[in-house]
Design a protein around this ligand. Structure first.
Ligand code: ADP
Length: 636
């Protein structure tokens, strides 16, 4: 083929429409692509005039007339061109990009128009699709931002390759970028390992087992840490390898505070419940202990003939009645305080007289010969505006405690005045209060010492009195050295010092009664009585006077005695110092089958079960029923 002929083939194979018009604008040539594009034949379009083409605007036509090149994009409506030429396309639109170039000869003279035309309909549709998708994504982003905002959520994305975190904003300006370090430093030091561990795991291509993380994170503006819950999802690349993590962050600070408050309230309620139960059990024990003596000695009293004997029983009944009354008084006081209605009646009170009277009566209560008591009263005259009942109550509680917790040494009671204030105090050389128990001392129902008689109410009543009257209460104490309890009343006071201020009295009082008789016929039994309370032991000793009684004052002593001596029966009090009755029973059971009778003021079924489980054969509650006791012994 000749070179020119080859060249003539080019328009046929060009991937675009080629149309040639002569210089008058008459169509002279269309290549095959152009025929396909316009759906026509050469016969139908031959000689149609370029300037009749309705798709070319006036402006462009003017340019063509002045032999200028033009290019334009047309939304080509075939129906509109029906007048211009005949096409097979009906109701059809296409997009064409057209360029019209002026063809010139070697003298630069225009010879015609070359029109090349590209069908961009498909490209245009794809572009539109892309545009629609982009708009949809934009809308979704805006909706997502709104939803996150409404749910007070934040979305983060961690990208492994860059090590950066981006915070989703939903704004067209794009997301906020954060360096990994700036975020890490805001995570609470205690939670940092969990956070770093997760990123590390994912960076090493592994999938975490959980999808949830709770972290404390510091706010950017201040030092406050807030609690956040992060739900996360590992993002993968096209090869299925972890590429990053998407986090949804929710502020749960309020939830955490609420949760913590609930737990605290639950613990408080449980604690209060426990205290109430302990208080009830302790109350039952405390009531039954003096009641045991009252009932027991009353029974003996009715059988007694001897006048001395009767007097002794009556004295013991009186002492225990007083204890019982005090207890009931305490309970009543407590319920009044709880109801917020304790009466305070301030009247001129002669402290000089009152403290001396109290001292005389307190002296009588000393139970140990190793303890002395004195009053420090440096005033010849002292009158203060005070509530007498409350004054006595506080002093009595302090002194009663001092007597209870001072096995030897001295108890000093006294008061000091200065303008506008009276300070009363009780100092002892007793067992003192261990540091770890200090803060509980004024707590309601708190008995730091399980075996000592008391309800755990005395000091809390004093504290309540202080609170209600605007007084102050406190103590200083050293374990095994002693304690001083004080109470300061802010009030008007009138006083004159004695010329030679001095202490009074040193007068230990000991209770050691001996009782004698009983009508029952049980005789000559060897009985071990483990009992720390003197009155209770005395009662048993009196009831069982025809038998050989050995006393142990605590569980450990009972075990020791049961090991070295032989007994027919053992009476075991459950609540004792050093070692309680349950422990002692369990130990004794390891080496002897001697019957053990649990004798206790704890009357609950649980106590009975515990005692029997520890190895007791019988369980008797105080107050002791003499007949029941005798029946038990006569059956031995
Ligand atoms: P209770 O009626 O049981 O004695 P209180 O409220 O008066 O109750 O005292 C509470 C606890 O404080 C006591 O169980 C005891 O352990 C301790 N306590 C009070 N006073 C003294 C003191 N003078 N010496 C040592 N401990 C004391």
């Amino acid at each position: 083929m000749m070179q020119n002929e080859i060249l003539a083939l080019i328009p046929r194979y060009l991937p675009m429409g080629i149309i040639i018009y002569d210089k008058e604008g008459k169509l002279k040539y269309l290549n095959a692509v152009a025929l396909d594009m316009f759906g026509t034949t050469i016969e139908k379009v031959y000689n149609i005039n370029l300037f009749d083409d309705p798709n070319i605007g006036h402006h462009d036509k003017a340019k063509l007339k002045q032999w200028q090149d033009i290019s334009f994009e047309t939304d080509y409506d075939f129906d509109r061109c029906r007048q211009f030429y005949d096409s097979e396309f009906v109701h059809t639109h296409k997009y064409f990009v057209t360029k019209i170039t002026i063809m010139r000869d070697e003298h630069d003279q225009p010879q015609g128009y070359l029109l090349n035309c590209e069908d961009v309909t498909q490209k245009k549709a794809q572009q539109q699709q892309l545009l629609d998708s982009y708009k949809r994504v934009e809308l979704m982003q805006r909706e997502l931002a709104l939803a996150l905002d409404a749910g007070m959520l934040t979305s983060w994305d961690y990208q492994i390759s860059t090590g950066k975190l981006s915070k989703f904003t939903g704004s067209p300006q794009g997301d906020e970028q954060w360096s990994f370090e700036s975020i890490r430093d805001r995570v609470h030091p205690h939670d940092r390992n969990a956070f770093l561990g997760l990123l590390d795991l994912v960076a090493h291509g592994q999938h975490p087992s959980q999808s949830n993380l709770e972290l404390r994170v510091r706010n950017i503006n201040n030092e406050e840490y807030r609690h956040y819950n992060f739900v996360y999802n590992v993002r993968e690349d096209e090869n299925g390898n972890p590429a990053g993590i998407t986090f949804i962050q929710r502020d749960i600070t309020e939830d955490v505070i609420y949760r913590e408050n609930l737990i605290r309230a639950k613990n408080r309620a449980e604690e209060a419940d426990k205290l109430k139960s302990t208080f009830l059990a302790s109350m039952s024990h405390e009531i039954r202990t003096p009641l045991n003596s009252i009932v027991g000695f009353s029974q003996l009293l009715s059988d007694a003939n001897d006048a001395d004997e009767k007097r002794e029983y009556k004295r013991l009944i009186d002492i225990n009645s007083e204890i019982l009354l005090k207890l009931i008084g305490d309970i009543l006081d407590l319920s009044k305080i709880e109801a917020g209605s304790i009466d305070i009646l301030r009247k001129p009170l002669n402290l000089n007289h009152l403290t001396n009277e109290l001292y005389q009566s307190f002296k009588q209560r000393l139970t140990s010969p190793n303890v002395t008591m004195r009053l420090v009263d440096p005033y010849a005259h002292c009158v203060a505006q005070m509530d007498m009942h409350r004054f006595i109550q506080v002093f009595t509680n302090f002194v009663t405690n001092a007597i209870k917790y001072t096995p030897q040494g001295e108890i000093v009671m006294g008061y000091e005045c200065s303008p506008g204030r009276v300070r009363l105090y009780v100092r002892d050389t007793g067992i003192g209060i261990p540091d770890k128990k200090r803060e509980r001392i004024f707590g309601r129902f708190e008995k730091l010492d399980d075996f000592a008689q008391g309800t755990g109410l005395g000091l809390s009543i004093c504290k309540a009195i202080a609170d209600v009257t605007g007084a102050e209460i406190g103590f200083s104490s050293q374990e095994n050295v002693g304690s001083e309890f004080w109470f300061i009343v802010h009030t008007q006071v009138d006083y004159t010092l004695k010329s030679a201020p001095g202490d009074t009295d040193k007068d230990p009082v000991v209770v050691a009664p001996e009782a004698k008789m009983h009508k029952h016929q049980v005789k000559d039994l060897n009985i071990l009585v483990a009992e720390d309370n003197d009155s209770n032991y005395l009662l048993l000793k009196t009831i069982l006077k025809d038998n050989n009684l050995t006393r142990a004052i605590n569980g450990a002593e009972a075990v020791e005695k049961a090991k070295t001596q032989t007994f027919d029966i053992i009476f075991m009090d459950m609540k004792m110092p050093v070692m309680n009755g349950l422990e002692a029973t369990a130990l004794i059971r390891q080496f002897t089958t001697t019957p053990i009778v649990a004798l206790t003021a704890n009357a609950f079924n649980a106590d009975r079960d515990e005692a029997l489980a520890a190895g007791c054969n019988h369980f008797m509650t105080k107050p002791v029923n003499v007949d029941e006791l005798m029946e038990l012994l006569s059956g031995l």
